[in-house]
Design a protein around this ligand. Structure first.
Ligand code: CA
Length: 230
């Protein structure tokens, strides 16, 4: 099920948009402020952003540019009647489409669907895979053995992936290096717990925002490692 973020400060319009999207089977979250909207959009959790132009906090112009600079997600800009769509389009904000208020809800839903399917064709679809694990902007897909940070796929050899998957499927539990070694490499494998340290280091370099100060896989001194998942 596609997840849509509605950034809109007029409650009535936001609710109308959400109602129509939910009828069509989409999941929709509403935020009423530009700053919050931008932060939520950048988590990479959403498949499409419905963005109002005039917002408190940070304007839709600014939010659109900043999202576009960092991730590739369809953005539909919703503009007030007084703002000419052609004029706004001319600003080159990088939005995928523009719709002006008041809009016909059926038209809005049709455009949302069109952009979602276009985007899924382009990217091969993020797919709503069973058992997908989301940690901030990190997405682990256990069935297809893929890891995504935002929209970017992270290349990970099998043992690294298996270790990350094991920790992510058993979050907030501290595992000793020995226990992790057994779980991933097995008793018979040549090697020792130092192998785990090396692999955790490599995984952190790929998934942590600041590998020197890891927030996802934390070291618990004298005990082992713990993957933090809210
Ligand atoms: Ca507004």
């Amino acid at each position: 099920m596609a997840k849509i973020l509605i950034v809109e400060d007029e409650e009535e319009i936001a609710m109308l948009e959400r109602d129509y999207l939910e009828i069509e089977g989409f999941q929709a979250d509403i935020l009423s402020d530009g700053d919050q909207g931008e932060r939520a959009a950048l988590t990479g959790e959403y498949d499409l952003i419905l963005l109002d132009l005039m917002l408190p906090g940070r304007s839709g112009y600014e939010v659109c540019r900043r999202i576009r600079d960092q991730i590739d997600v369809p953005i539909l800009m919703v503009t007030a009647r007084t703002e000419s769509v052609d004029k706004i389009r001319g600003l080159g904000l990088g939005a995928d489409d523009y719709i002006s208020k008041p809009f016909d809800p059926a038209e809005l839903v049709a455009r949302v669907k069109a952009h979602l399917s276009r985007y899924q064709r382009l990217t091969g679809g993020r797919g709503e895979e069973d058992g997908a694990i989301q940690i901030g902007d990190l997405r682990i897909l256990p069935q297809s053995w893929k890891v995504l940070k935002g929209e970017q796929e992270i290349k990970m050899p099998n043992r690294e992936f298996a270790l990350l998957k094991f920790l992510a499927e058993n979050p907030n539990i501290v595992f000793s290096k020995e226990r992790l070694f057994e779980a991933i490499w097995g008793y018979d494998y040549m090697g020792d717990s130092a192998t785990v340290t090396v692999h955790v280091g490599r995984i952190r370099d790929k998934i942590e925002d600041d590998p020197a100060h890891p927030k996802i896989i934390e070291t618990v001194w004298g005990a082992g490692y713990r993957l933090n998942r809210p």
